[in-house]
Design a protein. Structure first.
Length: 478
């Protein structure tokens, strides 16, 4: 694994960027973590565990990470395959005899892991996802797949299936002679020290579990686009025989450490098996969405020019996402406690920021004063606001950037800046904004940056501007 310069990261700015995204989305709570260079370099939380109590969210509060469970199940199966206890191309009925003679029983372990077996997603009656019924137990899972489990032919298309992963959980139990949760704990969680991760919401996790929330509630039913500020709490639930598909609970900190176990240099799996799990079994290219790939229990896509691997999770009232770069050992995890939580967009943006910082080729600010050292760049940084919005001068690695923190992709419209004496200078390029115009940084008597002038318009330190705005004072002046 290449050496990662974690000293190039500015945790304070990353905290600010995530908080801005969370605030714009009006999400009750966001927990997030970044791993680089083998260490957790960012571990934070914003908001509350639930809107009713207003308890501040911490880094040790536990979320339902839902389909992240599939990465654990795939890894357990892979380790059993490496030990010779299972084979990827065995049919499921070799391990779950009740499936004998059924079309679902012919689906192989590999096809179940990669969602290419044609198995129904959640069953004909899947209102347990709305908590209108309990999640299926073993008997109900088997009944669901035996009565109406096959929908399309094996290998015909990528068809996501929670039921298939539930069957994989039964297969693990048959091979090990141990309940699935117990085997996962002894084979993965305890050896890796993932103390905040569990295959199901138990009593210990329940005391630290966040509350899920619905989307904003309609203020008056029947009136479109009129939303109240409030969200409804979503009750907790256990996942029965679908724990292998969606039952796991964890923290952002544990998830990035779990990702590290799947990066180059880890001995959790052989390199060949790890590559097999991560490589593309299917390409998922949907209109209007980023091109995705799916391997065996792991998603993949490109972010910031890098192929990243990970998984998402969607549970009633909670949305989560993890992405990691196996080659560079960089991982991000973002957990939200709302059904419309922006975990995916925050995780992608956070990965882009971290990737840009650690991948920087070093040196002083590009094209500027050679004497401007890494530490000196921080005196130019700050977070600013005015009537039109927000703008940040951020240090990413050994570079300065002008970033709009409201944008989901922090590099859309971002400008790399050069230090030129008392001002900052963006590059010259085509554009509708103040292209190439110097950015003036205004300082107080102590030399602290208090405002920036971009395109002739002043933006003040965000905290100062917000305080004045709330006081309904006259606009700040230079």
């Amino acid at each position: 694994m290449p050496h990662t310069r974690v000293d190039r990261l500015d945790p304070a700015y990353l905290h600010h960027w995530v908080a801005t995204q969370a605030g714009i989305a009006r999400t009750p709570g966001v927990q997030y973590a970044v791993l680089a260079g083998g260490d957790v370099v960012l571990d934070g939380a914003w908001g509350v565990t639930d809107l009713t109590s207003g308890t501040p969210l911490r880094g040790d509060h536990v979320f339902r990470v839902a389909s992240h469970s599939k990465t654990f199940t795939a890894t357990v199966v892979a380790r059993l395959v490496e030990r010779g206890a299972m084979r990827l191309d065995d049919p499921l009925d070799a391990y779950v005899p009740e499936l004998g003679g059924s079309r679902v029983g012919e689906v192989t372990v590999r096809e179940a892991l990669g969602h290419t077996g044609g198995v129904r997603r959640d069953g004909q009656d899947a209102d347990f996802w709305q908590l209108a019924a309990p999640f299926p137990d073993r008997a109900h899972l088997l009944d669901a797949v035996l009565t109406s489990g096959d929908v399309i032919g094996r290998g015909e298309a990528f068809k996501y299936s929670n039921l298939a992963y539930g069957l994989l959980g039964l297969a693990v139990e048959a091979v090990t002679g141990t309940p699935y949760p117990e085997h996962v704990r002894t084979d993965l969680l305890e050896p890796l020290g993932l103390a905040d991760t569990s295959p199901e919401l138990g009593e210990g996790e329940d005391r630290r579990a966040v509350v899920g929330h619905s989307a904003p509630v309609l203020a008056e039913p029947g009136l479109p686009a009129r939303f109240a500020d409030g969200r409804l709490p979503v009750a907790a639930a256990t996942t029965g025989a679908l724990a292998a598909a969606t039952g796991f609970c964890s923290t952002a900190r544990d998830l990035v450490r779990w990702a590290a176990a799947h990066c180059d240099g880890s001995d959790l799996l052989t390199p060949a098996m790890r590559r097999l799990l991560h490589r593309a079994e299917s390409v998922v290219d949907l209109p209007g969405a980023p091109r995705r790939e799916y391997g065996l229990g792991f998603e993949a896509r490109e972010i910031a020019g890098r192929r990243v691997v990970g998984h998402s999770g969607g549970f009633p009232g909670q949305i989560t996402r993890t992405w990691f770069d196996p080659e560079r050992g960089i991982a991000v995890a973002v957990l939200t406690n709302a059904v419309d939580g922006p975990a995916d967009q925050i995780a992608a943006g956070l990965f882009s920021l971290v990737s840009k910082a650690v991948a920087d080729d070093g040196g002083a600010a590009r094209g500027g004063d050679a004497a401007v050292a890494h530490g000196d760049l921080d005196r130019w940084t700050g977070c600013y606001a005015n009537l039109w919005g927000m703008v940040d001068v951020a240090r990413l690695g050994d570079r300065l950037w002008l970033i709009d923190p409201r944008k989901a992709d922090p590099f859309v419209g971002a400008e790399e800046l050069t230090v030129e004496g008392p001002v900052l200078r963006p590059a010259v390029h085509d554009g509708f904004g103040p292209v190439g115009e110097a950015i003036e940084v205004l300082r107080d008597d102590a030399g602290e940056a208090v405002a920036v002038v971009v395109g002739g318009m002043t933006s003040w330190r965000a905290a100062d501007y917000e305080r004045e705005r709330r006081a309904q004072a006259v606009p700040l002046t230079r």
